[in-house]
Design a protein around this ligand. Structure first.
Ligand code: 7RM
Length: 486
């Protein structure tokens, strides 16, 4: 499964890594009143994805007019195949450890990791967590606003709720189209009782003002959830009051593509919540906060100390990367890549990534992926990408770029580079800030000092600069960055 907003190149790379034989896509989809040409995008990817033998195209339906080219012998309309298919389709018996799906997620290198989930453990995990974390009952109407292309959609729109037999709202589109009341209109229309979304969305709703939710009847809601990034207490309180009417518990759920399902979360009616804390591990999950030596501490790295049913089984085709990335910091203990605090009550507060992975509006993006896309442009010599705090998105992408000899910096070039990244990866990775730099701050061994670039992007005082090869470089950059802000 690949997120529909990814570029043709991202799709192609994922197909090639997985050596997929069949691609299922649609003619198009809708977003903000526009048509997204999914099949045309897939065609672009298929030009360099020779493993694909067949492509099945779902007709999205009424109102969608998008030209589609079918390659004879390779491409088939789904509805035509179904006309002649037998109605009798016995389910295939699977081994618990058979591969269920591969989902790509960003890591610390330029190459996304193919996270492997299997049939038995994953489904057990998402079934149990959907039922207990969302306190799912027969007459609930459950809505998770994620896109099915991400893990939240896989686990908590598709596999979890459907294995529970839940009534699920699936929504295709944006939260502000045709207007900013869209989500609340949907809640009212379908009588949604359980609502699960991301903090970045809540912060956008806060900006848009309370008049939007106030227009609709939200009294059917009884439980709210968040996922994807830390939720600041202010957003938590706003969500509680203006969406939950002060009566709905909020479950702040911490987990990852790799964990398959929810790991740290309150249980409604059982766990006393604290705004900003994901609270305690789900029953059966063992978590701790450790330092480099593997000692329990109050602030350090989040660690999962025992295996769990939904854990990833490997990185597809790369067992070595799997071992190195997740199991090598401490023997036998899983390292998720997040920092965390633990308080006297055993409550966890997740502090965010401790590696070169950004979390932009709840989407995981590797700084190296964006850097690779930038240096792929003919005008770019070198690029360094860091995250900076953004009030709504959590993090924004700041890129420091040095240009090749003879290339002049300009506004047009900035826009071209932004568009280039969107074309290479997808619109979610488009840099917010681009700063042309004469040079990047490096250590004497030539490593780019991202720490200093982060300080610059955040407008903070610069940390220790004594290991720099040339301290003048960063002083110049600081002046340039401040000039840009002014
Ligand atoms: C489900 C999902 C995983 C990363 C993870 C964290 C961050 C997710 C929370 C959170 C604080 C939360 N999968 N994260 N949930 N941080 N509180 N409740 O998001 O693979 O795309 O991202 O997201 O940094 O490592 S993901």
């Amino acid at each position: 499964m690949v997120f529909g907003g990814f570029s043709a190149e991202s799709l192609r790379d994922r197909i090639n890594d997985a050596q997929a034989k069949v691609l299922v896509t649609a003619d198009g989809g809708f977003r903000r009143g526009r048509v997204v040409p999914l099949k045309a995008n897939a065609d672009e990817a298929l030009k360099e994805a020779p493993s694909v033998e067949r492509c099945v195209v779902v007709r999205r339906g009424a109102g969608l007019e998008v030209p589609v080219e079918l390659v004879t012998g390779r491409d088939f309309w789904y509805h035509e195949l179904m006309e002649t298919a037998s109605a009798d389709c016995p389910p295939e018996a699977m081994d618990a450890e058979d591969l269920l799906y591969i989902l790509y997620t960003s890591g610390t290198t330029g190459k996304p990791k193919g996270v492997v989930h299997t049939t038995g453990g994953y489904m057990t995990h998402v079934y149990a967590t959907t039922k207990l974390v969302f306190d799912l009952k027969e007459d609930d109407v459950y809505w998770c606003t994620a896109d099915v292309g991400w893990v939240t959609g896989h686990s908590y729109i598709v596999y979890g709720p459907l294995s529970c037999g839940a009534t699920v709202v699936m929504y295709e589109g944006a939260p502000d189209w045709p207007d900013r009341g869209r989500f609340w209109q949907v809640v009212e229309k379908y009588g949604v009782t359980i609502f699960y979304t991301a903090p970045t969305a809540i912060r956008a709703f806060m900006r848009w003002g309370t008049e939007w939710p106030a227009k609709y009847d939200l009294s059917t809601l009884r439980l709210l959830g968040t996922v994807g990034e830390p939720i600041n207490p202010e957003a938590w309180m706003w969500y509680h009051e203006h969406i939950g009417g002060g009566r709905c518990p909020i479950v702040d759920t911490w987990w990852q593509t790799e964990t398959g399902g929810i790991m740290i979360t309150p249980l409604p009616g059982i766990t006393v919540t604290k705004p900003g804390s994901a609270t305690v591990p789900f029953p059966g999950i063992s978590a701790d906060v450790l330092n480099d030596k593997g000692e329990s501490v109050r602030a350090g790295y989040l660690a999962i100390t025992r295996p769990w049913p939904g854990m990833l089984r490997t990185v597809y085709g790369d067992d070595e990367r799997y071992r190195n990335q997740y199991w090598s910091r401490w023997p036998g203990i899983y390292f998720p890549g997040d920092g965390a605090k633990l308080d006297d009550d055993g409550y966890f507060t997740i502090l965010g990534r401790v590696d070169d992975v950004l979390n932009v509006a709840g989407h995981r993006i590797g700084t190296m992926e964006v850097e690779s896309a930038l240096v792929d442009h003919p005008s770019v010599a070198e690029a360094a990408v860091v995250g900076r705090t953004d009030e709504v998105k959590g993090q924004a992408i700041a890129a420091f770029v040095t240009l090749k000899e003879g290339v002049q910096p300009s506004e047009e070039l900035k826009n071209e580079l932004r568009a280039h990244v969107a074309r290479k990866i997808g619109a979610i990775a488009r840099p917010d800030d681009i700063l042309f730099a004469a040079d990047l701050p490096k250590t004497r061994s030539g490593k780019i000092m991202r720490r200093l670039l982060r300080d610059l992007a955040e407008g903070r005082a610069l940390g220790d600069t004594t290991t720099l090869a040339d301290p003048a470089v960063v002083a110049r950059l600081k002046a340039e960055y401040e000039a840009k802000e002014a």
